[in-house]
Design a protein around this ligand. Structure first.
Ligand code: KG4
Ligand code: ZN
Length: 353
C-alpha cells in the first residue's frame, strides 16, 4: 500500500496586542512569512495625546479576529492546519496584553494547537531574523522602543544578558515627551524626527546623558529638562518661531543619537562581538541608522535592522519567536500568560537550527 504524503505545515500564527498596534502574522519555518497585517490605533489615541489603555483594549477586541481570518485567507490555511498560536504575553499594557492572550489561547484550544507565550522584547530582538540578510549569533542588541531602552548581550536564542538600560525614560518616551513640548502631534517620535530634518547644525549642544561615566546605562530625563529650559528661554525672549523649534528638535535628536551610538560602540568593545542588532520603534530613526552604519563600518562591525514596518510592533516577530519556542509534541494547555512586567533574563534558552 502506498503511504500518503502529507505536507508538513509548520506555520505559526503570531498575535501582538501589547500596546497600540493590533498585529497578526503567519510565519512558516520552511517558507518564511506567509501573511502579515498591522492595524495602528494612532487615530484612536491622537485626540488624547497618548495611548489610553482602556481604548487600546477595546480596539484590539474589535480588530483581532477579523485580522486573524484575513491572514489565514491570505496564507491559504485553515486554523487547525497551523502548528501553533504565538502571542505576546508581556511586557505591555496588561489589559491590551490580556485581549491577545485570551483570544490566542481560545483559538489554539478550539483548533487543538499549542499556544505559545512570547516575550515582547525577545520578539523585537529576533525580528532581524525575518530578513534575507540576517545576523548570526552572538550579537549585541539595542532595544529602543516607547517602553524600553536596553543593550542586551545575545549569545543565542533565549540566552540574554542585559548590559545596560535606561534609569528613567525610554528613548522613544523621550522622543514622544519632547515632541509634545514642541507642540507636535502624537505619535511624537516620527514627527520630531521629521522636524529635526529641517533644523540646522547642532546649535544647542544639549547634554549627552551618562556619556562621561563608565557603564552602559542610559538616562534621558535630564535631556528633556534641558529642552524645557531652552524652550522657556526662547519663549521669554520672543524667539520661539518654527525655525527655532526645528533647531531644538535637531539638537535633541543629535544628543539622543550620539548617546545611543556611543553606548553601542562601548557594548561591542566590552563583549568583543562584531554584530549589532537594532530593534524597537526608535530603530526606525534614519539619523540613528546612518550614524550607526558609519561608526560600525569604520570599526569593521555590522549593524542589522528589521525592515521598517517590523521595527515597530508587529505580528511577524511574534510568530517567528513563537516558531523558535515551539517544541514538537508539547501539547497546548488553557493557561493564559499575561504580564505587565517580565525580565528578559528570566527566559529559557532555546534550541536553534
Ligand atoms: O516598538 P514600538 O512600536 O512600541 C513599543 O513597544 O514601545 O516603539 C514605539 C516608539 C514610540 O515612542 C515612537 O515615538 C518611537 O518608537 N519612534 C521613533 C521613530 N519611529 C517610532 N522615534 C524616533 N524616530 C522615529 N523615526
Ligand atoms: Zn514594541
Amino acid at each position: 500500500m502506498q503511504s500518503l504524503r502529507v505536507p508538513l505545515i509548520m506555520s505559526i500564527l503570531g498575535i501582538e496586542t501589547s500596546c497600540d498596534e493590533t498585529a497578526v502574522a503567519i510565519y512558516d519555518r520552511e517558507r518564511g512569512l506567509l501573511a502579515h497585517l498591522i492595524h495602528s490605533q494612532i487615530a484612536t489615541h491622537a485626540p488624547y495625546g497618548g495611548v489610553v489603555p482602556e481604548l487600546a483594549s477595546r480596539d484590539h477586541i474589535r480588530k483581532l479576529l477579523p485580522m486573524v481570518d484575513a491572514c489565514l485567507a491570505e496564507a491559504g490555511l485553515r486554523g487547525p492546519q497551523l502548528a501553533g498560536v504565538a502571542y505576546t504575553a508581556g511586557p505591555g499594557l496588561i489589559g491590551a496584553v490580556l485581549v491577545g492572550a485570551t483570544m490566542a489561547v481560545g483559538l489554539a484550544t478550539a483548533w487543538g494547537l499549542p499556544a505559545i507565550p512570547v516575550h515582547h522584547m525577545e520578539a523585537h530582538l529576533l525580528a532581524p531574523l525575518l530578513e534575507p540578510e540576517r545576523p548570526t549569533f552572538p550579537f549585541v542588541a539595542l532595544l529602543v522602543s516607547g517602553g524600553h531602552s536596553m543593550l542586551v548581550r545575545v549569545d543565542g536564542p533565549g540566552r540574554y544578558r542585559i548590559l545596560g538600560q535606561t534609569l528613567d525614560d525610554a528613548a522613544g518616551e523621550a522622543f514622544d515627551k519632547t515632541a509634545k513640548l514642541l507642540g507636535l502631534p502624537y505619535p511624537g517620535g516620527p514627527a520630531l524626527a521629521r522636524l529635526a530634518g529641517e533644523g540646522r547644525v547642532d546649535r544647542h549642544g544639549f547634554p549627552r546623558p551618562m556619556l562621561n561615566r563608565p557603564g552602559l546605562d542610559f538616562s534621558f530625563s535630564g535631556l528633556k529638562t534641558a529642552v524645557v529650559l531652552k524652550l522657556r528661554e526662547l519663549e521669554r525672549d520672543g524667539l520661539l518661531d518654527e525655525a527655532a523649534r526645528a533647531d531644538i528638535a535637531h539638537s535633541f535628536q543629535e544628543a539622543v543619537v550620539d548617546t545611543l551610538v556611543a553606548k553601542c560602540v562601548r557594548a561591542l568593545e566590552a563583549t568583543g562581538f562584531e554584530r549589532l542588532v537594532v530593534a524597537g520603534g526608535v530603530g526606525a530613526n534614519q539619523r540613528l541608522r546612518s550614524r550607526l552604519r558609519a561608526e560600525l563600518t569604520a570599526r569593521g562591525a555590522s549593524v542589522y535592522y528589521p525592515r521598517h514596518e517590523f521595527c515597530t510592533d508587529n505580528g511577524a516577530m511574534v510568530a517567528l519567536a513563537g516558531s523558535l519556542r515551539l517544541r514538537p509534541g508539547v501539547a497546548g494547555g488553557t493557561r493564559i500568560e499575561a504580564r505587565a512586567r517580565w525580565n528578559l533574563e528570566d527566559l529559557q534558552a532555546m534550541a536553534f537550527s
